[in-house]
Each structure stands twice: as C-alpha cells, then as structure tokens.
Design a protein around this ligand. Structure first.
Ligand code: GTP
Ligand code: MG
Length: 306
C-alpha cells in the first residue's frame, strides 16, 4: 500500500465522519450563508477548534463567492487546500545533527504514546542500518523500562537504563555519553508522563534537557510533544503546559486511526503554533508517518492530494 493510501486509511474514521455530515447539509449550487453556518458547526463538532474553524469558514466564504459546486467533492478540495494553508504556516521537517548523534526527547502525558513512538522511530532507523540508542528516562512508572527493553530487543537498538526510582537526569547523562562513545546515529529519550505533581515533572524534564544539551552540544535536536489524538480539546490543554515549560520543537499526534475527530490536528497546529512533525495512524512501525501538510489535509476529507 502506498504511503498516501495508508494515511488515508488511517484517517478513514475522521474522513467518513466529516463526509457524511457534510453530505447531509450539502446542496448543489452556491454556498449559502445557512450552509456555511451548518458547516461551521460540523467542523467544531469534529474538533477542528473554534479559531481555526472560523478562519476556514471566512476564507471559504470569500473564495466560493460567485462559484457553483456541482458535488461535495469540489468543496472538499477547496477545504483541503485551506487546511493545507493552516498547516503550512507551521511546517518544518524533523531536524538532524550535522555530525554526531541526533537526539530526540519525547515528552507528553501518560498514555499519549511516547514509548510506542520511540519504538517506531527506532525501527525506522535500525531498518536503515543506523545505530540507535534508547534512554529509559521514565524511571517513575513501574516497568516503564521493561517496555522499552522489549522494543530495544525487537529493533536491535541499545538500551540505557537505571533502576526504577533513580534520577532520570543520570540516565540521560549516561545515554548521552554512550551515544558519543558508541558513535550512535540516533539517541531517543523516553520520559515520564506522570509524576506526583506537574511541577515535579516539568522540573525533571528541564533537568534532562540541561544534561543532554551539555553533553551533546546543539542537542536535543527535537523535543517532541506526543499528544493522544483521541483526547480532543483536553489534549490541547495538556499540550500548552508542556509547550510553556519545556522548549517543544515539534508535535507527534497519535492514535488518529482510533478517532473520528482527527480534525484536532488542525486545532492543535493553529492554536499552539508548533509544527506537527509526526502522526500515528496505527500500532505498526509503518503507521508512524512524517507529517506532510497537503497529504494530511486531503486525507482528512478522504480524497487524493493532487
Ligand atoms: N491505535 C493506535 N494506538 C497507539 C498509537 N500510538 C500509541 N498507541 C497505543 O497507546 C498506548 C499507550 O502508548 P505508550 O507508548 O505506552 O504511551 P506512553 O506515552 O509511553 O505512556 P506512559 O509511559 O504511561 O507515560 C499503547 O497501547 C499503544 O499501543 C497509534 O498511533 N494508534
Ligand atoms: Mg511510556
């Protein structure tokens, strides 16, 4: 299956939900004010977010003036282009080190998909013959490092771990040293999603960042905030806390396959102003996709990008 078909399939729940709601209100011809009001409600119900939705509706109203729509498909294409524009304003590829190890730190609330995303990235890079090290800097949750150990074994990546309850900063330190000594191409740092308090967690994450940037100058190359795409507006609120406290450079939105509200990606990109870099549309390694604004936007409406 092609890259694009898989993405489209992963977003099938979202696109069929959007399409059936739009089909219910669509009438061939010009877009009426009444239709645009109903469309606005559909987009908000689909978690596109109030700000992004009102921007979309305004520009649709402008651009559709004097135009007649034979079928919904023409409308989907126009909408997909508008959504592409929202994403394109914060579009940036994953960064890599010029030489030495590339370091990505994954942050996000518990259950968002940090460890799974690390596993998928490890698989991608080891498949390319790269040397990958995983750092188990989630020392808080019981067996978090066992989960990572399973993935290390499966993907052929090295694992740096300490005992549960130990200092995550120390794990980060050892992992950074190991990445240099073993000439690793990629160091992926797993972090805790939950501590006793939010303040503790943010301080712990800041310490991990400090240690890593000291040991590997210019790193981390990405601080990826992993957001569960099924949590709707709540995910957005959590995301703000991380973005305000640790220098998040990119977003990974997971579990979009399990959601009919993949429109949340539009709200997140437009409200946080942080580029989406990865999307998870399933549990297999190949279901983690680099984010491409246009192909994602078209997939939201279940149509092929030009
Ligand atoms: N369907 C689907 N499931 C996913 C995706 N990404 C992650 N998951 C599942 O989500 C669950 C939680 O994922 P984890 O990777 O353990 O989450 P975490 O952020 O590491 O959680 P903590 O370690 O508790 O902080 C697992 O069952 C994953 O298989 C995805 O893109 N699609
Ligand atoms: Mg985890």
């Amino acid at each position: 299956m092609s890259f694009f078909q898989r993405l489209k399939q992963g977003l099938a729940r979202t696109s069929s939900n959007l399409r059936s709601k739009i089909q219910d209100i669509f009438q061939p011809g010009a877009l009426t004010d009444e239709f645009l009001d109903e469309l606005e409600a559909v987009l908000i119900q689909s978690d596109v977010g109030v700000a992004a939705t009102s921007g979309l509706i305004d520009s649709l109203r402008e651009e559709s003036r004097g135009k007649s729509f034979e079928t919904e498909e023409d409308l989907y294409r126009m909408m997909a282009e508008k959504v592409t524009g929202i994403f394109a304003s914060v579009d940036a590829p994953l960064q890599a080190a010029e030489d030495g190890p590339t370091v990505y730190v994954m942050v996000g609330v518990n259950g968002s998909g940090k460890t799974t995303t690390i596993a998928k990235l490890a698989q991608r890079w080891t498949d390319q013959g790269k040397k990958v090290i995983l750092a188990a800097a989630d020392t808080f949750r019981a067996a978090a490092d066992d989960q990572l150990a399973v993935w290390a074994k499966r993907t052929g990546a090295d694992l740096i771990r300490h005992r549960q309850g130990s200092d995550p900063g120390a794990v980060a330190f050892d992992a950074a040293r190991a990445a240099i000594a073993r000439k690793a191409d990629l160091l992926l740092v797993d972090t805790a999603g939950r501590l006793h308090t939010k303040k503790n967690l943010m301080e712990e994450l800041k310490k991990i960042m400090r240690v890593i940037s000291r040991e590997i100058p210019g790193s981390p190359h990405e601080v990826v905030l992993v957001i569960d795409g099924t949590t709707g507006q709540n995910g957005l609120i959590q995301a703000r806390v991380f973005a305000q406290n640790v220098g998040v450079t990119g977003l990974c939105i997971t579990k979009l396959d399990g959601s009919s509200k993949g429109g949340i990606a539009v709200a997140i990109a437009s409200e946080l102003g942080i580029p989406v870099k990865l999307v998870g549309v399933g549990e297999k390694a190949e279901d983690l996709r680099d984010f491409h604004p246009r192909s994602f936007a078209y997939s939201l409406f279940g149509i092929d990008a030009p």
